[in-house]
Design a protein around this ligand. Structure first.
Ligand code: SAH
Length: 226
């Protein structure tokens, strides 16, 4: 935490600490996840005008009508992946880059895909300035990124109509995917585990609300159909 006892914690650090304690109170027990979230300055990933709200436990708007996920959601999804470090992880939906930073802070090797070039570029700059090593790619993440795989973990941070089979096939045997599946307005969070070459097991984890996953194995942006 505060390595130099002479130095006063900054207001952001104090807010971050209290957020971590509230996540602990809400059932996040994985210390690696909590430590990583303490190491990542969320204020750097939200629009400057919203920096004062960076440690509210809520999603906040970013560019291109997208959102940075709520801290609790980031924590529960990361905890659910339950990966030993270092693992190979694919994120679909870079957005602000915050979730990717948390995974990188845990020591994982992260590839993150975003369909909006402007978001990807901004996230890449923020991650680089903070020293997080994340490979950012622009494109349709519903088809995954086979070149970087197979993955021990895949985290989809946008709501899908179904589990894209092409993504499920980029998991290692024993690899896990966390993905919200449902309608455009409401989803159920699932953990999908690849148990054998041709076998997957899906467990529901609870209700969630994400921006839509748009793409070949996602929603159609213009018609709103899958
Ligand atoms: N993980 C992000 C949350 C971003 S919201 C964070 O920590 O800030 C979800 C993101 O998924 C949006 O930026 C959206 O543009 C992106 N997205 C939606 N469909 C996508 C697709 N098919 N491929 C890649 N990114 C996608």
């Amino acid at each position: 935490m505060n390595k130099n006892p002479q130095r006063q914690a900054t207001p952001f650090e104090l807010q971050r600490r209290s957020l971590i304690e509230s996540l602990r109170g809400r059932g996040i027990q994985n210390e690696d996840v909590l430590r990583a979230m303490y190491a990542v300055p969320r204020e750097a990933f939200v629009p400057e005008a919203l920096a004062m709200r960076a440690y509210e436990d809520s999603a906040l708007p970013i560019e291109k009508k997208q959102t940075i996920s709520q801290p609790y959601t980031v924590a529960i999804m990361t905890q659910t992946l339950d990966l030993s470090s270092p693992s190979r992880v694919l994120e679909i939906g870079t957005g602000s880059g915050y979730q990717a930073a948390v995974l990188a802070a845990m020591g994982h090797k992260v590839v993150s895909i975003e369909r909006h070039a402007a978001l990807s570029q901004r996230a890449r700059t923020t991650l680089h300035l903070l020293g997080f090593d994340v490979v950012c790619r622009i494109g349709d993440g519903t088809i995954g990124y086979r070149e970087g795989g197979p993955y021990d973990g895949i985290i989809v941070t946008a709501g899908a109509p179904d589990v894209p089979e092409i993504l499920a096939r980029q998991l290692t045997i024993g690899g896990k995917m966390v993905i919200p599946v449902g309608t455009l307005v409401q989803q159920e969070l699932y953990r999908v585990v690849r148990t054998a070459e041709e076998s997957w097991k899906a467990e529901p984890l609870g209700q969630a609300k994400f921006v839509p996953l748009i793409g070949r194995s996602g929603w159609d942006e213009t018609t709103g159909r899958s």
